[in-house]
Design a protein around this ligand. Structure first.
Ligand code: NAD
Length: 466
């Protein structure tokens, strides 16, 4: 009997989808300020009316406490959309620029034009925030967009794919669900901008694919964000704010404090306080706390426990694979070349290393990739300045951790290995806009010396003007 012909599984193709969105863009529909306003209002409506559904989805994916599901996902994007709604008309205004004498009579301005069709590829750790947050800027700037949520947060991905077409203009905003094959196929197309949130290895794939079409990219990456605590620090506040940031989303935040450098005189006291703080937040058995999330999947669970393996655990260390629970864990003095200190932890583990002084801390930080965030706990303003002037990072928070990203007036993004480009608030609008130079020349004066054949009078005139 002849073998049945195999059904060919073809890779998805998104040329048609891109063509439809490009057509919408070319009609000029999304450039209209009224359309942008209406879409931002619709996004706010989606977040308000579907708050529960979205929260349920992130709770299903990550076991997030309800407060976290609201503040860092639904509430965050809503605040971002409201801020854009209030300001985007001002951001979109052309900016008048000066015109040098040799171009007069004339006038100059910068106009902000939308880029076209944006692809937003997002990560699983804040699945609503990272899928919908970037499109606030994209819509405010007048673009069409495709959202590709992370397949590792399937409930959020499904919910976003179901809700977005019900609220946002389907001619301009679409959702594509899927994993590597779908993203690979999306990357075959020629987008006008790719916005990617995730790890640095995949960022290299994204950038290489974008290079084929000369597509600009924004890369929102992560890495090891250091904390420095000096002996002048308000130690109780430092312990609370570091423990809070490390327990939030079970440490699975791109801006979570990764490790702590602490002046040696206060190390023991700080470790004791940090442990007590975790306990006061989550009780003696954190697995029973309603205020503590879970690890996204078994792969990441095993990876995090692997980092802690054979380390000097001085607090926590408990874990349960079935429920993907890992207790907040403090590691004292890990070897600096162990994976715990060379890889991004992305989990609720705090390695603590003593340093003799601020100079040693600066040297340690500068000996590694430029981090996404840098945290300083100190009451000494000179120390703030020393760290600010002599290190580099995407952002800084002094006497706090993670809060820097919730101010919509500040740019959010990395530098070097922690990312490229930034967004939030007006920076999100600029991220998805082209700054177009417009020069308007008068025709009343048009001296013949400006044109060939040039003579001495031309040279003399040009030397005066330039
Ligand atoms: P992830 O596994 O969800 O991947 C991110 C996206 O890349 C997904 O949409 C996924 O489908 C896609 N992808 C994965 N492999 C791919 C491949 N081979 N080809 C094409 N596409 C592919 O998320 P992740 O990378 O585990 O996210 C965690 C990382 O992201 C951490 O390093 C974290 O610090 C960083 N992060 C950064 C920010 C930020 O705003 N800077 C925010 C969140 C997370």
């Amino acid at each position: 009997m002849a073998a049945k012909p195999q059904k060919k599984i073809s890779a998805p193709s998104y040329g048609k989808l891109l063509g439809e969105l490009r057509h919408t863009f070319q009609t000029g529909k999304t450039r209209s300020l009224d359309w942008r306003e209406q879409q931002l209002k619709q996004l706010i409506r989606l977040l308000e009316e579907q708050e529960e559904a979205l929260e349920r989805a992130v709770i299903e994916d990550l076991g997030k406490p309800q407060v976290e599901a609201y503040t860092s996902e639904v509430g965050f994007v809503k605040a971002e959309a409201r801020h854009a709604l209030k300001h985007f008309r001002k951001w979109a205004r052309p900016v008048k620029m000066s015109t040098p004498l040799f171009l007069k009579p004339g006038s100059s301005r910068v106009e902000y034009e939308p880029l076209g069709v944006i692809l937003n590829i997002s990560a699983w750790n804040y699945p609503v925030h990272l899928s919908l947050g970037p499109i606030v800027g994209a819509i405010a700037a007048g673009n069409c967009c495709v959202i590709k949520p992370s397949e590792l947060a399937p409930a959020a991905s499904r919910t976003i794919a179901e809700l977005v077409p019900r609220y946002l203009d389907p001619q301009a905003v679409r959702v594509v669900e899927g994993g590597i094959p779908e993203t690979t196929a999306l990357l075959e197309e020629s987008w006008d901008h790719i916005f990617y949130t995730g790890n640095g290895s995949v960022a290299r794939i994204i950038m290489a694919a974008a290079a084929r079409h000369l597509t600009p990219v924004t890369l929102e990456l992560g890495g090891k964000s250091p904390v420095f605590v000096d002996k002048s620090a308000a130690l109780g506040v430092a312990a609370r704010r570091i423990a809070w940031a490390k327990a939030f989303n079970a440490g699975q935040s791109c801006v979570a404090p990764d490790y702590v450098l602490v002046e040696h005189e206060i190390k023991d006291k700080f470790i004791e306080l940090l442990g007590k703080t975790f306990q006061s937040f989550l009780g003696t058995d954190a697995s029973k706390s309603e205020d503590y999330g879970r690890i996204i999947n078994e792969r990441h669970f095993d990876r995090i426990l692997g980092l802690v393996d054979k380390q000097n655990v001085v607090y926590g260390g408990g874990a349960d694979r079935t429920s993907l629970f890992i207790e907040p864990t403090i590691v004292d003095e890990p070897a600096v070349d162990s994976p715990l200190m060379t890889e991004e932890i992305f989990g609720p583990v705090v390695p603590i290393l003593a340093v003799s002084d601020i100079e040693e801390a600066i040297e340690f930080i500068n000996g590694r990739d430029k981090p996404l965030a840098l945290y300083i706990y100190s009451e000494n303003k000179r120390n703030h300045e020393r760290i600010l002037r002599r290190t580099s990072s995407g952002g800084v928070c002094i006497n706090g951790s993670m809060y820097q990203l919730s101010n919509p007036s500040l740019p959010f993004g990395g530098v070097g290995a922690s990312g490229m480009g930034n967004y939030h608030g007006e920076y999100g609008f600029r991220c998805f806009s082209h700054e177009r130079a417009v020069l308007v020349r008068g025709t009343r004066i048009d001296p013949k010396q400006a044109y060939p054949p040039y003579d001495d009078a031309t040279r003399r005139m040009m030397k005066k003007l330039m």
